[in-house]
Write a protein that binds this ligand. Sequence first.
Ligand code: F6P
Length: 328
Amino acid sequence: MAKAIKKVGVLTSGGDSPGMNAAIRAVVRSCAYHNLECVGIYRGYEGLIEGDFVSLNARSVKNLINRGGTFLKSARSPEFRTKEGRKLAIDHLKKAKIDALVVIGGDGTFRGAIALGEEFNFPIIGLPGTIDNDINGTDFTIGYDTALNTVVEAIDKIRDTAHSHNRIFLVEVMGRDAGDIALSAGIGSGAEVILIPEQNMGRDRLVASLKRNKKSGKTSSIVVVSEGDKVGKNIFEVAEYIENNLDGYEVRVTVLGHVQRGGSPSCRDRVFASRLGVSAIDALLKGESNVMVGIKDNKVVSVPFIETIEGENEIDTELIRVADITSI
Ligand code: F6P
């Protein structure tokens, strides 16, 4: 029979995302509700390897739900990718009498969890925390909604100046290899063209599309470029290419960068993170392990870690159609 869970560790790992604090808060308070002890682990797997722990109670997480970033801090840990690193981690967990872990992060975090769970048969639940929305098995990830709002707010401002000067703006957004941020923020900001890695448009079709826009009477254009897109990797070169192949337009580039990772989480992210934090402890108490808790069709679901990181990022083809139609 599985060992009863009395003490839970929680950590955030990989790129931070708005709403991680809300998720930690929900985990900690859910532990308090169920009379479990809770331990915060600083700097993700790095802190786990070093035994950098802090005891948390319901009051430790006050005034946190509205704060961006993660108060437990985050890191990407190369050492945790080694068996020796993971052995140090498990020794610290045993020494601190921690019976189970909740890890909040993206695919790298889940890969680490799979290795630790398999090698030491340790109960772990994952929560999807990344702005990229690139985790299979959940409709959204914690921080994605806030990042979208940040991008849309920025592009609204860029549109003002693009319109005043009759310019084309290339706006690079994050997402690593996934085009979700670009596609949804592109639709939400009324972008003329959206470049995503899942659908390779290339420079020539981009220029052709901008020419069509001009012909149809548009005097400025916003092109949202996902950083993972082939064109996105050389955005300044592309700007030059457009200027050389399209008369009458100046082109400017804005790389939004890490501003997309910060800021106070949206209400949607706060509620989402709170639901997931509570569900993570429910899952542990039901004896679940090696799964991510996510939301599918507005219902809490448990998905084996391995399924969350398999295959390519799936892009919503209906959204692509909406973008195509609404940008003519
Ligand atoms: O995974 C989140 C993310 O912000 C990606 O969108 C981006 O490619 C990457 O992290 C940037 O990583 P770093 O903060 O380590 O530069």
